[in-house]
Ligand binder design. Sequence first.
Ligand SMILES: [Zn+2]
Ligand SMILES: [Zn+2]
Length: 177
Amino acid sequence: MATEFSQEAERKDWDTYFMDIAYMVSTRSRCPRRHVGALLMQGKKLLGTAYNGAPMGVQDCSEAGCMIAEEWEAKLIDGKEQIVKKQRCIRTIHAEQNLLLFTDPVNRDGSTVYVTDQPCWTCANMLANSGVKEIVFHRAYPKDGDKVTLLMKQKGIVFRGLKDYEPPAQAKMNVVS
Ligand SMILES: [Zn+2]
Ligand SMILES: [Zn+2]
């Protein structure tokens, strides 16, 4: 076997390991439209996990159905910008926001967040003010992509999307976008 370990190869290994955990965390979500999982890491130490869900003690999407909000969104279709109607479930607290609610601020300073999905604008804005120094995600969320990427650059937060990553089969689901 090869004995040469480039730093990149080693890093990818840990990325896969942590992203797999984030995907397994996401299976706790009860929203049928999207399962998102997030981890708070200090180096290789796991300090918190969270997924998208309704506040504790109230009905979740599996009991009460999704709470659908409709909004108009600009989208590129065949190279042309068009306004399309989108539906979003607003019943759940996003995984990243739950992660911030249930972790200690001192543990967030200089930390890395692994999250299955690229954060939306609100989550990115909150993470940018939380002490996190790196965010690693898998599935793209193009709607807010440009402004989130710019924000991370302005804040000096490392923002990485994993390519060539395959989620664990048990955690795969179809995302309603
Ligand atoms: Zn829902
Ligand atoms: Zn969000």
